[in-house]
Design a protein around this ligand. Structure first.
Ligand code: ZN
Length: 356
């Protein structure tokens, strides 16, 4: 169990920093000067058709002090629609009723399609008020003090979808703003209880989540999120896609999904050749240099990377290195489902979504 690191700043007025002038130098006091964080769209319990709670909701006259990230362990659906999100919310509520709970356990749920939903009744209005806390049922011993966010999916070995991740950052930044919390308030369920939740991969991303939330709170631009691949990560389809891209850039490695020493060497060479830090770790900067814009008629290893990654994302196709009409149809279907520009051209946005 990890001790919660938190700082108390007292009452906040948003976007206002206290400062004093000492010897002509302006000093900022320990009080976060939050940029106005955009209020994310959140579908209410009414919107997704929640059943009534079995008993009155307990609203505590205190602010929460922590934010717990969970994963639902549902299969990682490729249905990113709002209807699917609402269906998941109703399923969760029913399963929590079946456990004898009065309502959905967590205060908020985010679907793989990036739809944020109110979980337990009243959680949305209480969050908007910014002074009280809806007692949930998501983490033993901390329900009176912590807000729970359930991320739809199972994140033991894979990174959450890009829309889910982006909305997780947005929702937590908003929660921090409403209650005067910092990103240090973010914990994983496993920090507080004996559980694998929120999955090894999502848990490993919590430092990045805190950084992204901090950046959002300070009004900075959060960079694109990409999955991180490094030597000895378990063999995955995504690693194979990355290997095809390296081959497209001239590497002579085998695309087998296993990130071994040969792949690491190839990554380092690619990084050196492209002015990147040569650490052998494939993160955002390396991904954005590795990908190539692809369209109908293209051929080669980069197209194999696309075909492999479409297959990983449940748009299965033969990996023959030829971007024909079949691939074009799949790319457009993917772009439609992800609410991207539907043009059949695989550029930065499409690659970013394909990777997550
Ligand atoms: Zn959990």
């Amino acid at each position: 169990m990890k001790k919660l690191s938190r700082r108390t700043f007292g009452k906040l007025s948003l976007g206002v920093a206290m400062s004093v002038v000492v010897g002509g130098t302006e000093l900022r006091l320990l009080r976060p000067a939050y940029a106005a964080v955009a209020t994310p769209a959140i579908d209410s319990t009414t919107a997704w058709g929640a059943a009534a709670a079995k008993e009155p909701i307990n609203v505590l006259n205190q602010k929460p002090i922590g934010i717990v990230v969970h994963h639902t362990t549902n299969p990682n659906t490729n249905d990113f629609t709002r209807n699917k999100a609402w269906q998941v919310a109703r399923q969760i509520q029913q399963s929590h009723f079946n456990r004898g709970w009065i309502d959905t356990g967590q205060q908020f749920t985010i679907s793989r399609g990036g739809w944020i939903m109110e979980g337990r009744h009243q959680s949305l209005s209480i969050l908007q008020g910014g002074t009280k806390h809806v007692q949930g049922a998501h983490v033993d011993g901390h329900n009176e003090t912590h807000i729970g966010i359930e991320c739809e999916g199972l994140y033991m070995n894979v990174t959450p979808s890009l829309p889910l991740w982006n909305k997780l950052v947005a929702l937590i930044a908003y929660i921090c703003q409403q209650y005067g919390l910092t990103a240090n308030a973010i914990v994983g369920h496993r920090d507080l209880d004996s559980t694998s939740c929120p999955g090894d991969t999502l848990y490993s991303l919590l430092p990045q989540l805190r950084t992204a939330v901090d950046t959002t709170l300070s009004g900075g631009a959060v960079g694109r999120m990409w999955p991180i691949l490094r030597r000895n990560t378990p063999a995955t389809g995504l690693a194979k896609t990355m290997q095809y891209l390296l081959r497209a850039r001239g590497a002579t490695i085998t695309a087998d999904g296993a990130f071994g020493p040969g792949t690491e060497t190839a990554v380092k060479s690619f990084q050196t050749a492209n002015g990147l830090t040569s650490d052998g770790v494939v993160g955002a900067a390396t991904w954005e240099k590795l990908i190539m814009t692809l369209r109908s008629g293209d051929t080669g290893e980069a197209v194999k990377a696309l075909q492999n990654q479409l297959t990983v994302q449940s748009y299965p196709t033969t990996i023959d290195g030829s971007f024909g009409t079949g691939v074009n149809t799949l790319v457009r279907a993917f772009q439609t489902n992800r609410q991207l520009t539907v043009d059949g051209v695989v550029g930065l946005n499409s690659w970013n979504n394909l990777a997550m």
